[in-house]
Design a protein around this ligand. Structure first.
Ligand SMILES: [Zn+2]
Length: 406
C-alpha cells in the first residue's frame, strides 16, 4: 500500500487461480472428478477459491497490533521518552483480575526495558500495562480512529468487517489480550490501512485499487482523488513508532526482513487460528523507508508447517524481506547510505608525555586511555612506554589507544 494515496500497489492470495479462467478449479483432486460434482457444491468450491483473503477473511493479528497500543500510549503521553531505561519491568507475566498472563519469554523474563526494548522484544506484560493505563474507552476511541472497527470501504466486493467485543463487555482480561493483539479479529486490509496512518505521519487514508476511470470510447479520463480522512495520531507519535519499528528490523524479532542498504521498519506477529486448533497465523507488518515510507507491506501466512516454525520472525519476516528486496529497487526507492566509519592509521606515541599525546590524538579524533587504572597522573611528566595498538595499525576514528606509562 502506498501510505500517502491509499493505493494498493499489489495484493495477492495463494493458492492462486487463473483470473482469465475463473471457472477452472485450482485443486487437482477436485479437478479430476469435477464433472461428477453437484452444481451447488461446485459453486461453494469456486466461491472458496475466489476469496481474496486480504479483504474477505478476518484473523487474529497478534503482536503486529502492539503498534496500535504503542501509538495510543505515545499519543496519550503515557510514555514520552521511548528510550528511557528501566521505564518498564518484565517479570515473566502479569496478574490481571486473577488471571496470570505470561510473557512469551516467561522462563527468562526480559527484566528492565524501555518502550523501544519492549517493542523489540515483543514483551506482552508491558503492552498489557499500557492497555490498562489507556483504559477501555480511550482504547476503543483509537480503534475507531484507526478505522479498525469499520470496513475500509475499499473499491472491491466482499469486504468483511472486524469482530471486536462490544465496548461495554470488555473487562480487564479482555483489555489485556486486546493490547497485545489477541481475542478479536480484523482483516489484513484493515491492519495495513491502520499502519499506513503511522507511515504517512498520522492521517487515515482509504485504500483503493482504482485511481482513474478511462472511457473506452471517448478516451476521457476521470481521476479519482485519494480519500484522506481524519488525523489519527500526531506526526511526532508516528515518527517515534516508525523509529522503533526500525529497531525491530535492525536488531529485534524482525531482523529476517532486512534488505541491505534499505531502511525498513516492521513488527512480527503470531496468533492461533481459532481456539486450541494448534494452527497458527503468522505475519509481518512492515514499511520502507522507515523515515518517510513509500510503501507499507503485510505478509500473512496461515498454518505454516515448514522449517521456520510458526513464529512471524521465522517465516513471515523472511518472505517480506524477499518481496522488499525486489520491490524497493523496482520502485526506485533510494538506498539509505550506510555511513562507513572513518579510518585512520595509528601514530607512534611512545616517548611522549601523556599531556602531549592527548593533545596530539585529540586532533586525530582518537582518545587516550590508560591500560592500568592509575589514581593520579601528572600528565605533564608521565611518559608513555607502551601503546596498543602499535604504530601503523588501521583503526576507526573516535576509538582509542591504550597506553602504559613509566
Ligand atoms: Zn517480557
Amino acid at each position: 500500500m502506498d501510505p500517502d494515496t491509499g493505493d494498493i500497489l499489489s495484493m495477492c492470495t495463494y493458492p492462486e487461480y487463473d483470473l482469465n479462467n475463473p471457472f477452472q478449479i485450482n485443486n487437482d483432486e477436485l479437478k479430476s472428478n469435477w464433472d461428477s460434482i453437484e452444481q451447488s457444491d461446485k459453486n461453494i468450491y469456486l466461491q472458496q477459491m475466489w476469496r481474496n483473503k486480504a479483504i474477505t477473511d478476518t484473523y487474529e493479528p497478534g503482536s503486529t497490533f502492539k503498534l496500535i497500543t504503542t501509538s495510543a500510549a505515545l499519543e496519550e503521553n503515557l510514555v514520552t521518552d521511548i528510550d528511557k531505561a528501566g521505564q518498564f519491568v518484565c517479570t515473566g507475566g502479569i496478574d490481571i483480575a486473577g488471571t496470570y498472563i505470561k510473557c512469551w519469554r516467561y522462563y527468562r523474563p526480559h527484566g528492565s526495558e524501555s518502550l523501544r526494548d519492549a517493542l523489540m522484544n515483543s514483551c506482552n506484560p508491558i503492552f498489557i500495562g499500557l492497555g490498562q493505563k489507556i483504559g477501555v474507552s480511550k482504547y476503543y476511541e483509537y480503534l475507531r480512529k484507526f478505522g479498525l472497527v469499520y470496513k475500509t470501504g475499499i473499491d472491491l466486493p466482499g469486504e468483511a468487517g472486524s469482530i471486536f467485543l462490544a465496548e461495554d463487555k470488555v473487562g480487564p482480561v479482555e483489555l489485556a489480550t486486546l493490547s497485545f493483539g489477541q481475542r478479536f479479529e480484523i482483516t489484513p486490509i484493515e491492519l495495513i490501512t491502520a499502519v499506513s496512518s503511522i507511515a504517512n505521519g498520522g492521517m487515515y487514508i482509504k485504500p483503493r485499487v482504482v485511481t482513474a476511470v478511462i472511457d473506452s470510447e471517448t478516451g476521457e479520463r476521470t481521476e479519482i482523488e485519494p480519500v484522506i480522512k481524519d488525523k489519527v495520531i500526531s506526526e511526532e507519535t508516528a515518527s517515534k513508532v516508525r523509529d522503533m519499528m526500525k529497531s525491530v528490523v535492525a536488531l529485534g524479532t524482525g531482523k529476517n526482513a532486512r534488505v541491505e542498504g534499505y531502511s525498513i521498519g516492521g513488527k512480527t506477529g503470531t496468533s492461533e487460528d481459532g481456539v486450541n486448533t494448534n494452527k497458527y497465523v503468522t505475519s509481518f507488518m512492515g514499511l520502507s523507508p522507515a523515515e518517510d515510507p513509500e510503501l507499507v507491506i503485510l505478509v500473512v501466512l496461515y498454518n505454516p508447517t515448514g522449517e521456520g516454525g510458526h513464529q512471524g520472525g521465522g517465516v513471515a519476516a523472511p518472505v517480506a524481506g524477499q518481496i522488499l528486496s525486489e520491490v524497493l529497487p523496482y520502485m526506485e526507492i533510494k538506498k539509505t547510505e550506510i555511513e562507513e566509519p572513518e579510518k585512520i592509521e595509528t601514530p607512534n606515541i611512545i616517548g611522549m608525555t601523556v599531556k602531549d599525546a592527548k593533545k596530539f590524538l585529540k586532533e586525530m579524533e582518537i582518545e587516550l586511555k590508560m591500560k592500568d587504572e592509575i589514581e593520579e597522573i601528572n600528565e605533564a611528566e608521565a611518559v608513555i612506554t607502551e601503546q596498543i595498538p602499535s604504530q601503523g595499525i588501521i583503526i576507526e576514528k573516535n576509538s582509542y589507544i591504550l597506553c602504559t606509562i613509566n
